[in-house]
Structures are given as C-alpha cells and as structure tokens.
Design a protein around this ligand. Structure first.
Ligand code: FES
Length: 88
C-alpha cells in the first residue's frame, strides 16, 4: 500500500510504495526531490526534517543522531501513514 509524502507545501505528494522503497530520503530522491544528506544512516543529522503530520517508523531501531521534538531523519525512516514534512 502506498503512503503519500508531502514536502514543503508542494501540492503534489510523492507516493511511497512500501515494497519498492528503503526509506523516505531515497524515495524522494528517486522522484526528483532533493534533501540535504551525508551519512545516510542516522548518525549525522544532516537530513533532519520536521514531521508536520503523520507517523514514521525506524525499522533498524532508533537513530543515533540528536533529534528535537517533532523532527525525523528521512534517511532511515519509513512512513506508516501519509506524512507531511518540512525541510530545513
Ligand atoms: S543523512 Fe545523516 S542522519 Fe540522515
């Protein structure tokens, strides 16, 4: 089942097909949405974004990078519902 990812108030969402994707960051990149990234494994925090709506999960366990309230790391999470994020 596909969940929709809304990014930075862009009206057209990006579909996340669970069977085809590994994480939010790679899904967005494949569809032409660029986010800042570095380690791509939850250590550096470069990819952090605010989760405005919806829920995500971290299949490999909680990431090591420090996160403020409401932030997620797109490089290592998957959407559980439709989500809306705001990038920095
Ligand atoms: S790119 Fe380093 S935590 Fe996501």
């Amino acid at each position: 089942m596909a969940h929709l990812i809304y990014v930075d108030e862009v009206l057209k969402p990006v579909p996340y097909e669970e069977s085809d994707e590994h994480n939010v960051l790679s899904c967005l990149e494949k569809k032409g949405v660029e986010l800042h990234s570095h380690c791509r494994s939850g250590f550096c925090g470069t990819c952090r974004a605010m989760l405005l709506r919806g829920q995500v999960k971290y299949p490999a366990g909680p990431p090591l990078a420090y996160l403020r309230e409401g932030e997620i790391l797109p490089c290592c999470c998957e959407p559980v519902t439709d989500i809306e994020i705001k990038t920095y």
